[in-house]
Design a protein around this ligand. Sequence first.
Ligand code: NAP
Ligand code: GLV
Length: 322
Amino acid sequence: MTRLSVYITRAIPEEGVAILSEAGLTVHTHRQPSGLEREELLKEAARHDGVVCQAPDRIDAEVLKAAAPRCKIFANCAVGIDNIDVATAAKLGICVTNTPDVLTETTADLAWALMLATARRGCEGDRVVRSGQWRGWGMLDYLGADIFGKTLGIIGAGRIGTAVARRAAGFDMRVLYFSRGEKKAMSDLGARRVPMDDLLHESDFISIHVPLTDETRNLIDERALGKMKREAILINTARGPIVDEPALVAALNSGKLAAAGLDVYAEEPSITPALLGLNNVVLLPHIGSATVATRVKMACLAAKNVVSVLQGKAPLTPVSPR
Ligand code: NAP
Ligand code: GLV
């Protein structure tokens, strides 16, 4: 009898591969660091019983139609599923899974790393020291903004948003949040739910944690940026297209917004060139969940989802169409 096979679109930690192999599945991993060509994805999706994919893989209707009827599952190694056409997958009877929870605390840490680095001009300071231009301690040099005692606004009070809010207690911050419904976990932390405009108007730090959907695309546009304090700092670890990037550049250039810390971009891996020239931004390469331990957990969860589905059992972390 032919063994069932799984295609992994980009390398994952070996612990995940081992789970697939130990379940008796044949594993094919695409290993080119340059990424996976569209034609190859279309071809491979049709030739396997399951696919382990990642955020840069666009799993649209064309890929899913090519994958059906053989392929039974696309297991995304990410919590965000905006790269997958979940509705079409459901119509074709293909299961989609993601990796929630295991990356929550790691990603919340990174939002805080961006907040601290941006407020205290950490990356700018590093560049100055490395370039040999530092002239020694100066009373008026590299002055940043305090974080303690300030107001933090969380947009999207789910798993990661709540974990970011929890850390704010250590900085004596007032926490506001915007969400479609009241969140008990947030009120238990003393955070207050407010309308979006109030959050934009009152927050010193604004951290984005909504998923990318039709509703949240360009949520932070010129209008929203215009409501923020001039000294506000915007942090985005969610998805690039939630922020209108040209409008953000304009706000940062004109002094309408003090600074921004970004882990995600509108057209990854391309970066709006104007962002590269700004000293008041910290730019990270989409590394929210990138710790050794968390990437192992993500790979193992994705692999367990594949094994469950190919054994005819329910997936651990299924995603349904919104
Ligand atoms: P989550 O638990 O589902 O939280 C998302 C929250 O956003 C939910 O509370 C949801 O509210 C809220 N929301 C959705 N649409 C909204 C809208 N239109 N207006 C207001 N609130 C809205 O997800 P999570 O695990 O925290 O992850 C959040 C996102 O972070 C992911 O989707 C992903 O894009 C991003 N992420 C990035 C990295 C990285 O490497 N940078 C790593 C992990 C995750 P309801 O509860 O009302 O639905
Ligand atoms: C990463 O971006 C994720 O959504 O897990």
